[in-house]
Design a binder for this molecule. Structure first.
Ligand code: AHR
Length: 494
C-alpha cells in the first residue's frame, strides 16, 4: 500500500505551458512526410501541411515548436528557404540527403499559426553571420518599410509574424562549432546584440550544457547571463549514457526488443533528469538568484537504434510503453522544477527519435508518448501544488527508482490535475490518497497501461490507447484506487 498526499493550499510555481513543447528538425522524415507533404500531394493537407497531423497536434495543445534544428540549424541559410525558387542543399548533418528547402520560414510560421502555438527558431551562428540572423529577425518581425519586409511581401506575406523565442546557436560545444564556453559566450554576446525587437520582445535562448557539463553552465552564466532570457539543456535517455559518463553511442539498443533489466536501466537514465536540473539550477541560482533566466530543456527524449530497414541517419524509432513511462516521469520532473524550467521540447515531434506521431504514406499512428502528452495537457499554465508519495522504492540491479512518481497542479477552473506514473514492470499498487487544504467530491480518471514493450503499429494502431475509468465519488477527502503496473494516470479532482 502506498500513500499520496496532496496539499491543495500549498501553491508553488506556475507550470509554463511551453514545458509541453516540441522540436522538429530537418532530419529524416520529421519535416517532409511527417508534417509537410506539399500542396499537390494526394494526402489531405492545408497549404502542404498534413491535415491528419495538424488535427492530432491540436488535440494535445502543442504550445511551441522549435525549428529548424538541431545540428541542421548551424548549416541553414534562411534565404534558401523563401520565395518561388528554393536552393537545394546537402543535409550534411543527417545522411547527406538533398534538402530542397520547400519547407522554410513561411511554411514554419504557417504551421505555428494553424496550431496557434508559439514560435522558436534556432539561429545559425556556427557557419552564419550576425547580419544573416539580424536580417532573418527583420524579415519575420518588422512591419515598416525595409529591404527585408519588401522581400517578405513579395513572397506573399504582408504582415509580420510573431517570433517568440530565438536560440542563439545549437550545441555549439559539439556539432555547432566545437567551441569552448568562453568563446561561445563572446559569440553569443555578439550575435545577441544584433537582434532587434521590432514587435513583441523576443526571448533569447543561449546554448547551454551537454548533459552534466557544469563548467559550460557556470562559464556562460558568468560571461553572458545578464544578456539572455533562457539557457538551454540537452539530455537524451539512452541505456549507454550513464549519469556523468560521456555518450556511449554504440550501446544504444532496440526500441522494441528489450528485457526488464534494460527497461529499468532506461528509466534510471531518464530519472537522472531530476538530478541534472537540480545541479544546473544551483549554478544558475548563484548568478541569477531572481530566476530571470529560464532553464530550457529544448532537446530531451529516448534515443534507441533506428528501426531495421530504415536509413540509420534518419533516426526513425518505434515507441513503446517504456517511452511513455520515460515521458511521464520526465514531464513530472519538469513540472516539479517549473520555478526555473519554463520550456522543454521533446526530440522530436514526428518520425524522429521519441516521436508523438509516426507516419507512413497517408497513414498515421499515435505513439504511447502521444497519449502521455494528452493525459498531461491539463497541467499547461496550471499552478503546481505540493504533493508527495510515500511508498517503497524499487531496487533493481544497481538502480534505485521510485515505484510511483507524481505531480499535481491546480487549473484556472479550480480543478486539480494529478499525474501519476507506476514505474514497475509488473507490480500494481494500492494507493490511498489524502487530499488536504480543500474539499473534493469527484475524481475523473484516465490512464494508459500495457506491457513494457507494447506499442502501436500501422496495422494495430490502438494497442496502447487511453482508457477512461468510471468517475469515483470522494468521501472525507480520501480516495483509494489501484495504480496498475507500467502505467500513467491522469486524475482530475473536482
Ligand atoms: O535531435 C537530434 C540531434 O541531437 C540534434 O540535431 C542535435 O542538436 C542533438 O545532438
Amino acid at each position: 500500500m502506498a500513500k499520496l498526499f496532496v496539499r491543495a493550499d500549498r501553491k508553488l510555481s506556475v507550470i509554463n505551458k511551453n514545458i509541453y513543447g516540441h522540436f522538429a528538425e530537418h532530419l529524416g522524415r520529421g519535416i517532409y512526410d511527417g508534417i509537410f507533404v506539399g500542396k499537390d500531394s494526394p494526402i489531405p493537407n492545408i497549404r502542404g501541411i498534413r491535415t491528419d497531423v495538424l488535427q492530432a497536434l491540436k488535440h494535445i495543445a502543442v504550445p511551441v515548436i522549435r525549428w529548424p534544428g538541431g545540428c541542421f540549424a548551424e548549416y541553414y541559410y534562411w534565404k534558401d528557404g523563401i520565395g518561388e525558387h528554393r536552393k537545394k542543399m546537402i543535409n550534411s548533418s543527417w545522411g547527406g540527403v538533398i534538402e530542397n528547402n520547400s519547407f522554410g520560414t513561411h511554411e514554419y510560421f504557417d504551421l505555428c499559426e494553424l496550431l496557434e502555438c508559439s514560435s522558436y527558431i534556432a539561429a545559425n551562428i556556427g557557419s552564419g553571420t550576425p547580419r544573416e540572423v539580424s536580417e532573418w529577425v527583420e524579415y519575420i518581425t518588422f512591419d515598416g518599410e525595409s529591404e527585408m519586409t519588401e522581400l517578405r511581401r513579395k513572397n506573399g506575406r504582408e504582415k509580420p509574424w510573431t517570433l517568440d523565442f530565438i536560440g542563439i546557436g545549437n550545441e555549439n560545444w559539439g556539432c555547432g562549432g566545437q567551441m569552448r564556453p568562453e568563446y561561445y559566450s563572446d559569440l553569443y554576446r555578439q550575435f545577441e546584440s544584433f537582434i532587434r525587437h521590432y514587435g513583441k520582445r523576443i526571448q533569447r535562448v543561449a546554448c547551454g550544457p551537454d548533459g552534466d557539463d557544469q563548467n559550460w553552465t557556470e562559464t556562460v552564466m558568468q560571461l553572458a547571463g545578464n544578456r539572455m532570457d533562457g539557457l538551454s539543456l540537452h539530455y537524451y535517455t539512452m541505456p549507454g549514457y550513464y549519469k556523468t559518463d560521456k555518450y556511449k553511442w554504440e550501446s544504444k539498443a532496440s526500441a522494441t526488443a528489450f528485457d526488464e533489466s534494460n527497461y529499468y536501466r532506461t528509466l534510471d537514465r531518464a530519472y537522472f533528469m531530476d538530478e541534472l536540473i537540480t545541479r544546473h539550477k544551483h549554478i544558475m541560482d548563484q548568478y541569477d538568484p531572481d530566476k530571470k533566466v529560464a532553464l530550457i530543456v529544448d532537446e530531451w527524449g529516448t534515443w534507441h537504434l533506428a528501426e531495421e530497414g530504415t536509413n540509420p541517419a534518419f533516426l526513425y524509432q518505434q515507441n513503446t510503453m517504456r517511452d511513455a513511462i520515460v515521458a511521464a516521469l520526465t514531464l513530472n520532473i519538469f513540472n516539479l522544477h517549473s520555478d526555473r524550467v519554463t520550456m522543454a521540447n521533446l526530440a522530436q515531434m514526428i518520425n524522429v527519435l521519441q516521436s508523438v506521431i509516426l507516419t507512413e504514406g497517408d497513414k498515421m499512428v499515435l505513439t504511447p508518448t502521444y497519449h502521455v502528452f494528452d493525459l498531461y495537457k491539463g497541467h499547461q499554465n496550471a499552478t503546481l501544488v505540493e504533493s508527495y508519495i510515500q511508498a517503497d522504492d524499487l531496487h533493481i540491479n544497481d538502480a534505485q527508482l521510485p515505484h510511483l512518481h507524481v505531480s499535481a497542479s491546480e487549473r484556472e477552473d479550480h480543478r486539480m490535475h494529478l499525474t501519476i506514473v507506476n514505474l514497475s514492470a509488473n507490480a500494481d499498487v494500492a494507493l490511498h490518497s489524502y487530499l488536504e487544504g480543500r474539499s473534493f467530491t469527484k475524481a475523473h480518471i484516465r490512464y494508459v497501461t500495457g506491457a513494457i514493450t507494447d506499442h502501436n503499429t500501422f496495422e494495430h494502431p490502438d494497442q496502447i490507447a487511453i482508457q477512461t475509468a468510471e468517475s469515483m465519488d470522494i468521501h472525507n477527502n480520501e480516495l483509494q484506487l489501484t495504480i496498475r503496473c507500467c502505467s500513467v494516470y491522469e486524475i482530475v479532482l473536482e
